[in-house]
Design a protein around this ligand. Structure first.
Ligand code: XIL
Length: 355
């Protein structure tokens, strides 16, 4: 081999290396981080899209199903269960070697309201008991933690969320309308009875930007703890934008961590066009702000959450094509990968924040 050939080979190798996928040497998110890194996933994509599944397997320790473990995904109109897809989802996650964070047992959305609306108060109580017990028992030992209660606090007032203080829509069912605030303690107690090993979370959004809601959630958590309710963690969703203030991120994590419970950044995404302005172009400047924001959350988490309370950080949806925000019709790009499955600038920045 002459010098020219060697130089050419080196050049080709360098070019190949810079474009290679992660299993060829580039540090992945889970390798970079000492805490579990998760991603909200779509069952159909995980099952049918090999590029999607490969990224999930390579980059992440854990997944949270975006929809598949919710009430409407498993309960039929006559109230009977069909776990075919959820069982399949669990098998796929096993074969990918990722852990599963269960999401979510008692929420006011994505419920089979057709069934639940046929019940009277006593029957609603039994339906919640049966649903929580059946789900947690069925996936016992395979689901490491559960978002038992989701979004229990109303936005404006910080009061318990009911139909009176929330918007309604298809698939909405407000457990609190029937059961009052007791549904929360009961759901935790039933989940714990079904799987004493699972870490049980209350999960909510807007905590980094709405201090009244944050205070109200913390007061609720402290009451549950004082009453001996088995609650182990708080999920701070962090659906944010490039304009979310860093002081709000810091104080949410500090105050949540002061409860002593596990803290999960459970649904992180960062909108670059939160006003949904049109026309809209994704610019390098906006992508740089997004990168900064993801990195800030990771750094703030390590700064403000003591090591023993770090359940991990989960980003919500893998790519801009499958982001729930984009699928809802918004012109945005809230995730780490673009819609062609290329890493965005935010990937590197987030990874640096995790190191
Ligand atoms: C969203 C999912 O991403 C969608 O796929 C689904 O259709 C609706 O729910 N807060 C939550 C999540 O706790 O369950 C929501 O996920 C996003 C807001």
């Amino acid at each position: 081999m002459n010098k020219f050939t060697i130089a050419l080979l080196l050049l080709l190798c360098t070019m190949a290396c810079t474009h290679k996928p992660d299993h060829s040497g580039e540090t992945t998110l889970k390798e970079a981080s000492s805490i579990p890194i998760g991603v909200g996933v779509n069952y159909d994509l995980l099952k049918n899209n090999t590029s999607y599944a490969a990224i999930v397997k390579t980059q992440f320790d854990r997944v949270t199903p975006g929809y598949q473990m919710k009430h409407a995904a498993n309960v039929k109109n006559d109230g009977t269960y069909d776990f075919t897809k959820t069982d399949d989802f669990m098998n796929i996650t096993s074969s990918l070697g990722v852990k599963v964070h269960g999401h979510t047992l008692a929420w006011y959305q994505n419920d089979n309201a057709t069934y639940l609306n046929t019940l009277d108060t006593a029957q609603v109580g039994n339906a919640l008991h049966d649903w929580v017990t059946t789900m947690v028992t069925r996936y016992k030992g395979r689901v490491t933690g559960w978002d038992v209660v989701n979004e229990a606090i109303a936005d404006g007032t910080g009061a318990l969320r009911t139909s009176a203080n929330s918007l309604s829509g298809s698939g909405y069912f407000f457990w609190a309308d029937y059961l009052g605030r007791d549904y929360i303690a009961n759901a935790f107690t039933w989940a714990h009875a079904a799987d004493p090993e699972a870490k049980l979370f209350i999960n909510d959004y807007g905590l980094e930007s709405n201090s009244r809601k944050l205070d109200s959630l913390i007061a609720m958590v402290n009451r549950l703890k004082a009453d001996g309710v088995p609650i182990h963690g708080i999920g701070c969703q962090m659906h944010m934008s490039i304009y979310t203030r860093s002081s709000g991120i810091d104080s949410a994590l500090q105050l949540l961590a002061a409860t002593g419970l596990l803290i999960h950044v459970s649904e992180l995404d960062v909108r670059i066009n939160p006003g949904n302005l049109t026309p809209f172009t994704t610019t390098p400047a906006l992508l740089a702000l997004q990168a900064q924001q993801f990195r800030y959350v990771a750094e703030s988490y390590f700064r403000n959450v003591p090591a023993a309370q770090r359940y991990g950080i989960t980003v919500w949806d893998l790519t801009d094509a499958d982001s729930w925000i984009v699928k809802a019709g918004n012109r945005d790009a809230p995730t780490l990968w673009d819609s062609s499955y290329n890493k965005k600038p935010v990937f590197d920045a987030f990874r640096k924040g995790l190191q």
